[in-house]
Design a protein around this ligand. Structure first.
Ligand SMILES: Nc1nc2ncc(COP(=O)(O)O)nc2c(=O)[nH]1
Length: 282
């Protein structure tokens, strides 16, 4: 297994990295409530690292379309024990937050990636926090809060529009003082996109990378509804916890296209599949 430093800014590492998801929430769309207890969440994070996760992404607020905001103090209460445990284990920690206050606290606790699904739009102060701390910043394409996002699905050309809108968010991040090489872009699969638009973005993996030639790209498709719709039985979407094989298929696809990293709830099978296809490419 080739080891790759997640802090390396090379957009095409020797192998595509895996970011393991730990949602310390009661209501995330696929695993809400499973890791809500801090000790259980820490055990799960350590298990994902043992399975081969290069990064652990800790979330304390569900981004599920239609959900209400979690109070900031509650979000921080949820994520901090897991952040501290993983930092003390020497694991690269990312925190999935849209809030400047949470970002500041977790970076001070040793997190080295701020994963902001709003790309700096929900709380622009987060950009200054990231700039001052000099940490990596996942800037995801986003058009609005969970409650309204699925109303915002009108694009002339979803690939071109997502690239141009994300570029504007990158410019704002750089204007706030974030060094360009610290920015990781993410097309925001499932956020203000229909299933068909999600497939168009996935199919445009190379065009999206070319739109941000020197930047790392993170892909987050794990267990999402467009996969459930594809695998529907008798009109019923495949349940979220039964979409891991489909997720793994796309992880291997992204590995073949030499993407920087995939964000996934299940790690071992994704790592095995990606290692396998990387051998073919070698
Ligand atoms: N960077 C990034 N972060 C994300 N956080 C949450 C979810 C959706 O909720 P989940 O935590 O249950 O996957 N998707 C993304 C994503 O696609 N990209």
């Amino acid at each position: 297994m080739i080891s790759v430093d997640p802090a390396n800014t090379n957009p095409h590492p020797a192998r595509t990295l895996v970011m393991g998801v730990v949602n310390v929430t009661p209501n995330s769309f696929s695993d809400g409530g499973m890791w809500a207890d801090p000790e259980v969440a820490i055990r799960h994070a350590r298990d994902l690292v043992a399975q081969g996760a290069d990064i652990i992404d800790v979330g304390g607020e569900s981004t599920r379309p239609g959900t209400d905001r979690t109070p900031e103090d509650e979000e921080l209460r949820r994520v901090m024990p897991v952040v501290k445990a993983m930092v003390s284990d020497g694991v690269t920690v990312s925190v999935d937050t849209m809030r400047a206050g949470v970002a500041k606290a977790v970076v001070e606790a040793g997190a080295t990636i701020v994963n902001d699904v709003s790309g700096g739009k929900a709380d622009p102060g987060i950009l200054n926090v990231v700039a001052e701390a000099g940490v990596d910043y996942v800037l995801m394409h986003w058009r609005g809060q969970s409650a309204t996002m699925q109303d915002l699905i009108h694009y002339d050309n979803v690939v071109a529009d997502v690239i141009s809108e994300t570029s504007q968010q990158v410019d704002a991040a750089i204007a706030a003082g974030i060094a360009r090489e610290r920015i990781i872009v993410d097309p925001g699969i499932g956020f203000s996109k229909t299933p068909e638009q999600n497939w168009q973005l996935v199919e445009a993996v190379d065009a999206f990378q070319e739109g941000f030639e020197d930047l790392r790209v993170l892909w987050g498709v794990s267990r999402k509804r467009f996969l459930g719709e594809l695998l529907a039985d008798d009109g019923q979407d495949r349940p979220a916890l039964e979409r891991d094989a489909s997720t793994m298929a796309l992880s291997t696809y992204f590995a073949l296209h030499r993407a920087w990293c995939v964000r996934t709830h299940e790690v071992r099978a994704n790592r095995d599949a990606m290692e396998t296809v990387a051998r073919i490419r070698a």
